[in-house]
Design a protein around this ligand. Structure first.
Ligand SMILES: NC(=O)c1ccc[n+]([C@@H]2O[C@H](COP(=O)([O-])OP(=O)(O)OC[C@H]3O[C@@H](n4cnc5c(N)ncnc54)[C@H](OP(=O)(O)O)[C@@H]3O)[C@@H](O)[C@H]2O)c1
Length: 333
């Protein structure tokens, strides 16, 4: 079987562009004993992949120049030399950015969709959804009556955070870029949305929509958003520091929030987290999620680009705001 894959051609200097990627065609070997051959149907592009393009030690190793990229993917088994899989099985792997592959069976997870669309397991029912659930409920300990501010609110993680917070009885404030995203925030029940591009004085925007301040901040963006959230925080507010996408393409480290001293006077709790430390919570998260889906409290949107050659452009959209909800690439049936 032939497969096309996307390789890292060069490390991005600032925003990632087409010049950083190359498309290559390879022969996919037949599976040896214990291996499985898979044709991918969906692949995910995620902001954390930008960090893996930098050659430095981190919680995941950097991507290598000339090698295919990796990431979440859903595919179907075409040939199996493992007793654990049969042709036709739907599988989740970290072998995205390619149309097909052969890998040891231990690198695959059989996917039971429970009636949900399969690609939801790369979004609201997958890693981004678990990130939202862990960050909001375990790290920030959001509870009924809290005022919760979510940045990047119209994205894969943010839109799930907003809806979990509503399901838990919180008042929800969301920031996002552009009118279409604000309309989406209204559709998913966000109480107050604001467009951070139109209202660059974020502290003033927060004071307008949350005059009594915020109890929880779910940070997807960092930088100015974090600083404004510290100004808006009420005493003992809890911050789940999930991401800092406004800084991932920076060539030099940005200065920290200039109001850091609020952490002391307001007795704030800021905690970073990585979702992969919390995978054991997956069954609990999926039980909650299916309840919210059944009761109409959880919806999601996807932005889908077609074909492996579209993957670098889909990845770049994460940094220009070109996606609403989960950014996905469809790789054929
Ligand atoms: N800690 C963890 O384990 C973990 C796991 C998953 C994701 N994350 C983090 O969670 C965040 C969201 O990830 P996601 O997968 O859900 O992505 P996403 O929100 O679906 O997509 C990225 C969004 O970020 C916004 N953005 C890009 N540049 C920005 C800037 N300079 N200022 C403000 N907003 C900007 C854009 O929306 P706008 O149009 O609204 O600007 C864009 O659509 C990321 O920071 C990611 O790294 C962390």
């Amino acid at each position: 079987m032939r497969s096309r894959e996307i390789r890292l051609k060069s490390r991005p200097h600032g925003a990632p562009g087409a010049e950083n990627f190359e498309l290559a065609e390879v022969e996919v070997p037949s599976p040896a004993a214990g291996e499985v051959q898979v044709r991918n149907r969906w692949m995910s592009v995620d902001p954390y992949m930008r960090s893996r393009m930098i050659d430095r030690p981190s919680y995941v190793p950097p991507f290598q120049i000339g090698k295919p990229l990796e990431g979440g993917a859903i595919g179907v088994v075409t040939t199996s030399a493992s007793e654990d899989f049969t042709p036709g099985d739907l599988v989740l792997s970290m072998l995205g950015w390619r149309e097909a592959f052969t890998a040891p069976a231990k690198h695959l997870t059989k996917l039971e969709t429970h009636g949900l669309p399969e690609q939801a397991f790369l979004g609201a029912a997958g890693m981004p959804g678990l990130t939202a659930w862990v960050g909001l409920l375990k790290i920030a300990e959001a509870k009924a009556g809290d005022t919760v501010f979510v940045s990047g609110a119209a994205g894969a993680v943010g839109s799930v955070v907003c809806q979990i917070a509503k399901a838990k009885g919180c008042t929800v404030i969301g920031s996002a870029g552009g009118a279409e995203k604000l309309e989406f925030l209204r559709e998913i029940g966000v109480d107050h949305g604001f467009d951070y591009r139109q209202e660059p004085d974020l502290a003033a925007a927060l004071a307008r929509v949350a005059p009594k301040g915020i109890d929880v901040y779910f940070d997807n963006v960092g930088g100015d958003h974090l600083e404004a959230a510290m100004t808006a925080a009420r005493p003992f507010a809890r911050f789940a520091i999930c991401g800092a996408i406004s800084q991932y393409n920076d060539l030099e480290a940005a200065p920290g929030p200039k109001n850091m001293f609020f952490v002391i006077g307001k007795r704030l709790k800021l905690q970073g987290f990585i979702v992969s430390d919390h995978l054991a919570e997956t069954p609990h998260f999926l039980r909650d999620l299916s309840g919210w889906v059944r009761s109409g409290k959880m919806k999601w949107r996807e932005t889908v680009d077609q074909g492996i050659e579209a993957a670098p452009g889909a990845f770049s959209k994460l940094f220009t705001g070109g996606n609403i909800g989960k950014m996905l690439v469809k790789l054929g049936d």
